[in-house]
Ligand binder design. Structure first.
Ligand SMILES: Nc1ncnc2c1ncn2[C@@H]1O[C@H](COP(=O)(O)OP(=O)(O)OP(=O)(O)O)[C@@H](O)[C@H]1O
Ligand SMILES: [Mg+2]
Length: 294
């Protein structure tokens, strides 16, 4: 089954996904090309569900999903898509008795990665990229949490996928590994499409050229980090005194408060002045983590 020549890697229209009576995605539209897109939203917003639909792990209840122009609901399309994507699930669960090398080799077999020699070369390559080469003979059960997360990333990198789907990839990584991860992903994104969900605003600021905010199964923001920050302008304040109810605030080191005000409301009152919003302020406002919602 061949795809249209210039089809975008990800094209989704009106995607709906139900779990029983619960609707996790309520009509998502998106189209993605090369680069890194960050998927933001509070717990339960639908990030994992969307990534699972893109990873061909879940079928859409309604709407259209096309990956490289191919339809994941058709067997031939699905197989071709799976050859071309890498997926790091939110809670990766590996066979604990395998060695690190053995597990990746097994995954590489499932990915149809050529001869034994080519496969082993590819396994070594992803082990080096994720800084796990020295642990290649360790049993999976003996790895630390952060190492397991890197093993899951290594598995997703096998075969050099054109579409890389990463569900909270930096959970558990120490600062050094997080920096390594960022440079790896930004390098990959030159030639491929990367979608990652995260609650780490630093990852978004460092990596993502585009942000999608999900709120209760809908996309409520689609733009650049700069656009998101601009939307928060006039809603972030600092000053002394009581910011009152109805807005989110926190105490600063000098005893003053930083305040986020709901859309359409005025200053929190005398003593507060508008300040430059940060990406974190905008994130709180647009992921609905403030009380006023975006
Ligand atoms: N297997 C499932 N069965 C039933 N409901 C589910 C299932 N998976 C997710 N849900 C529900 O679907 C909604 C979206 O969940 P999802 O896991 O996609 O959110 P998320 O944005 O990834 O959240 P988190 O930040 O906590 O990972 C939630 O209301 C959740 O309870
Ligand atoms: Mg999730």
């Amino acid at each position: 089954m061949s795809a249209p020549a210039a089809a975008p890697p990800v094209h989704v229209r009106g995607l709906v996904r139900h779990y029983g009576t619960r609707t996790a995605l309520k009509g998502v539209d998106l189209s993605l090309g090369r680069g890194v897109t960050g998927l933001l939203g509070r717990n339960g917003a639908g990030k994992t569900t969307l990534l699972r639909c893109l990873a061909t792990d879940l079928e859409a209840s309604a709407g259209e999903v096309r990956l490289f122009g191919l339809d994941p609901e058709r067997a031939a399309g699905r197989t071709e898509i799976r050859r071309r994507l890498g997926y790091l699930p939110q809670n990766p669960d590996f066979y604990p008795h395998f060695t690190v090398f053995g597990l990746l080799d097994y995954m590489a077999v499932l990915k149809e990665l050529g001869s034994r020699r080519d496969r082993h070369d590819e396994v070594r390559r992803v082990l080096v990229r994720t800084d796990l080469y020295d642990r290649r003979h360790s049993r999976v059960r003996r790895l630390s949490g952060g190492m397991r997360q890197r093993l899951a990333l290594a598995a997703a990198l096998l075969g050099g996928p054109e579409l890389l789907l990463l569900d909270e990839p930096t959970v558990g990584l120490d600062p050094e590994q997080r920096i390594r991860f960022r440079s790896l992903v930004s390098e990959l994104a030159v030639h491929s499409t990367v979608v990652l969900s995260t609650h780490q605003i630093e990852d978004v600021a460092a990596l993502c050229g585009r942000i999608l905010c999900l709120d209760r199964g809908r996309v409520i923001f689609d733009g650049t980090p700069g656009d998101l920050v601009e939307r928060a302008r006039g809603r972030v304040w600092e000053g002394a005194g009581d910011p009152g109810d109805g807005c989110t605030s926190w105490r600063l080191a000098d005893g003053r408060h930083r305040v986020l005000t709901p859309h359409g409301t005025d200053s929190p009152g005398g003593g507060f002045t508008a300040v430059e919003p940060s990406l974190e302020d905008a994130y709180l406002l647009y992921t609905g983590m403030d009380r006023g919602r975006g």
